[in-house]
Design a binder for this molecule. Structure first.
Ligand SMILES: NC(=O)c1ccc[n+]([C@@H]2O[C@H](COP(=O)([O-])OP(=O)(O)OC[C@H]3O[C@@H](n4cnc5c(N)ncnc54)[C@H](O)[C@@H]3O)[C@@H](O)[C@H]2O)c1
Length: 314
């Protein structure tokens, strides 16, 4: 049974992943080499737990106990040496992840299972230099941000992992309340990010062509397709609509829609101009620098509303 969890990298994702496991009773060692990052982890995890208590997801005592289950380390060795399941959430660079996994391999128990939270890198080259016995114990567990609130974890082992081990990892994530999507092939982006990029490509193209402004495009998405998507997947939607209708409309529209093979030129221009979104005060919308934290809180509030509703979703 997987009981002792190691999380490597305590940035945006690692601290949230550690908090989720701790909240559900698991002992968590979190390794973070940067002193600046380590200094912010405890207060941010405490803020996350406070939100869950305020919203009645957990009681205050559970949050206090969970907080005490997270041990923070600067060095890798003490964080991984007695762990059953170790997930790395270090920066998205292939060479860094390859070196990190090799180092952990030399420190962790031989039977520990390794996971990478990579968003876009293929697993096969990442584990190629590991001993065969470790390769078959390494997989992708891809969380969504923010980890405390987003239910999805995509799990992909590209067919090399014995099915009983894979099921153990799936069970572990279900135990902490996550909705698991298993991915049968080692494809970059897995399922959810690929779908999201396909939608984003058309959205950026529509705004670049001047078809509608940002508010109208987001309204069309939120109160049209995405309104259904929270409860009903694309394949279910297609079945409800009728595959003959989807065939006709697909033939009509796909021929005239954006099919570019790289990120939007509009996005490239905005990034070059320093228009990065909420963090810079302007993206597709404008943000008053004095209200950034309330904008972020409102976003979390919407996720909380959705999370509450999603308890009844199939
Ligand atoms: N941010 C997201 O929305 C998101 C969502 C899903 C998956 N991911 C993936 O999760 C991983 C982490 O992303 P993030 O957004 O948390 O990044 P981040 O930059 O916020 O955090 C990475 C952390 O790793 C630490 N680090 C650097 N080198 C390290 C090393 N050698 N060993 C251990 N820790 C090290 C850094 O100090 C930093 O705190 C990436 O692979 C990313 O693609 C990110």
């Amino acid at each position: 049974m997987l009981q002792r969890i190691g999380v490597i990298g305590g940035g945006t994702m690692g601290r949230g992943i550690a908090a989720c496991f701790a909240l559900h009773g698991f002992s968590v060692n979190l390794a973070e080499p940067s002193a600046a990052q380590r200094a912010t982890i405890r207060s941010e995890v405490a803020d996350g737990f406070r939100l869950l208590v305020d919203e009645n997801f957990v009681d205050a005592d559970t949050a206090v106990t969970a907080f005490d289950r997270i041990a923070l380390f600067e060095a890798l060795a003490p964080a991984v040496q007695d762990r059953d399941f170790i997930v790395e959430a270090a920066p998205e660079k292939m060479e860094l992840k390859q070196a990190l996994l090799a180092e952990i391999d030399g420190l962790a128990p031989a039977d520990a299972i390794f996971a990478t939270n990579t968003s876009s890198l293929p697993l096969a080259p990442m584990v190629a230099a590991l001993p065969e016995a470790r390769q078959v114990r390494t997989l992708v567990t891809h969380w969504y941000n923010p980890p405390l609130l987003m239910p999805l974890v995509e799990i992909s082992a590209f067919g090399n992992m014995p099915s009983d081990l894979l099921e153990e990892v799936v069970t572990l994530h279900r135990q902490i309340g996550k909705r698991v999507a298993k991915v049968a092939k080692d494809v970059p982006g897995l399922i959810a990010n690929r779908i999201q990029q396909a939608i984003a490509r058309e959205v950026f193209s529509l705004i670049e062509q001047g078809v509608a402004d940002a508010v109208d495009i987001d309204t069309a998405l939120k109160f049209g397709p995405a309104f259904r998507y929270a409860t009903t997947g694309q394949l279910e939607v297609s079945d409800f609509g009728g595959l003959d209708i989807w065939l006709t409309v697909g033939d009509n529209l796909l021929a005239v829609m954006d099919a570019s093979k790289q990120a939007s030129a509009l996005l490239r221009r905005k990034v070059a101009e320093g228009k990065l979104g909420v963090k810079s005060g302007e993206g597709f919308y404008q943000y008053d620098p004095t209200s950034t934290s309330s904008v972020r809180r409102a976003f979390l509030g919407r996720l909380i509303t959705q999370l509450k509703a999603s308890r009844t979703y199939p």
